[in-house]
Design a protein around this ligand. Structure first.
Ligand code: SF4
Length: 417
């Protein structure tokens, strides 16, 4: 694997990333005019039509799923947390339905969930509400229903427009499905759409990637996530590579593809604001920015992760992963937590750095000092050699990855562990 940063998806709290608190954790309800600590809500829907062989998310292939029972469990879990600290006074600034394939659920179910959330929680008037979809599962009528339910941002896992690469990735959709899904989303009134692409797929040529990027630009989404393929332990891709049945792309190709998408999107007016994420002005994903900036998040659903800034240096926990067991646990008391960790000063100070540096704007040393009670350079003496080596730079009073640091970001992050 090259030193291009591994791009575990930023979309969900089912990822291993965990933010730390900083000064952004407040929000104002435009409707109520009331300041309240901001929080994000992640809702995990773990079912997919098929399991993609590179995927290590907590998702399960299913031809049918207990939609109503699972939604009941989500609402029960949401109700349980609502009355407990630290969530009692929070305002939800973003809601993200991830998975899995949340668009498998009926619009009526998503509407029931959003109504239930609104009945139990304070939701900011301008909340970003995202729902992920596999282009192969999109039905035109459902898209309008999701919009009516209150979803205002769609995210499609396009991954590629090349039929042979979609086959390699085990995707159930075609390039035409992706184009049709986007057109249907536009027709349903969605003006904030993300498209995901994957590069460094075995067998992918530079020309094929350039064609994918050109096709993506023709689609004119507001937001783009471009991930390099990673071979996660426990996935078929990992085993196939170990057995020599899959040959990863070389580092030179991988680097070329990363630089190509960066240059092409910049030329088209997209701002790269994170290692793998690009947006039209004002369209950065607020939910994902929350993870990198330390906004507390509650994750509900099978295997969902949560993070709270209190007590001390913060706390995180995760839910039972198996959907039926999750439903059963919630049904017998409301709490699906199976692991809990209280963060130490060292862990929180390290996470502040390697999460904050994912954003190209970098971290604010003053915010660090305010949070940890000591200068950044004292707590992290490793900053100075990284700066000397030209991997970190001072930019507008913040500390950020340099252009060279961006290419070896995983190594930079490892320095803080
Ligand atoms: S559709 Fe998405 S969540 Fe489901 S198996 Fe494929 S990559 Fe994983």
């Amino acid at each position: 694997m090259s030193d291009i940063p591994a791009t575990a998806r930023p979309r969900s709290v089912a990822t291993k990333t965990t933010p730390v608190a900083d000064a952004v954790a407040t929000a104002t309800s435009l409707a109520a005019g009331v300041a309240a600590p901001a929080a994000s809500l992640y809702v995990h829907i773990p079912y997919c039509h098929a399991k993609c062989p590179y995927c290590d998310f907590n998702s399960y292939a299913a031809t049918e799923w207990p939609e109503d029972r699972y939604a009941d469990a989500l609402l029960a879990e949401l109700g349980t947390h609502r009355s407990t600290e630290p969530w009692r006074d929070t305002m939800l600034a973003t809601i993200f339905f991830g998975g899995g394939t949340p668009s498998l659920f009926r619009p009526a179910t998503i509407a029931r969930l959003l109504d239930g959330i609104a009945a139990r929680w304070r939701v900011a008037a301008d909340a970003e509400i995202t729902l992920e979809a596999n282009p192969g599962t999109v039905e035109r009528g459902h898209l309008a229903g999701f919009r009516t339910a209150g979803v205002n941002r769609r995210s499609f896992g396009v991954q590629s427009f090349q039929p042979h690469l979609l086959r390699t990735l085990g995707r159930i959709h075609s390039a035409d499905d992706a184009r049709a899904a986007l057109a249907a989303a536009r027709a349903a009134g969605f003006d904030n759409v993300n498209l995901d692409l994957i590069f460094a797929v075995p067998g992918q040529t530079r020309a094929a990637w350039a064609a994918d990027v050109a096709e993506l630009l023709a689609c004119a989404p507001e937001h783009v996530s471009a991930y390099n393929l990673t071979y996660e332990a426990g996935t078929p891709f990992h085993s196939w590579r170990a057995r020599g049945e899959l040959v990863p792309l070389g580092e030179d190709d991988e680097l070329w593809m990363y630089q190509h998408v960066r240059a092409a999107l910049a030329a088209a007016g997209y701002e790269q604001y994170e290692i793998s994420n690009f947006a039209r002005p004002g369209r950065a994903a607020r939910h994902n920015c929350g993870y990198w900036r330390g906004v507390p998040y509650l994750g509900v659903g099978a295997g969902a992760h949560s993070y709270a800034a209190t007590p001390g240096w913060g706390e995180r926990w995760s839910n039972e992963r198996i959907p039926e067991r999750y439903i059963a646990r919630v049904g017998s008391g409301g709490d699906a937590t199976v692991s809990r960790e209280t963060l130490t000063f060292d862990t929180a100070a390290a996470e502040f750095m390697f999460l904050g540096l994912r954003e190209l704007r970098g971290v604010d040393p003053l915010v660090f000092a305010g949070r940890f009670g000591a200068p950044l350079a004292t707590v992290h003496p490793e900053v100075e050699p990284l700066r000397r080596d030209g991997l970190l730079v001072d930019r507008e009073s913040r500390l950020a990855l340099s252009e060279r640091g961006l290419m070896v970001a995983d190594s930079v992050f490892a320095a803080f562990l």
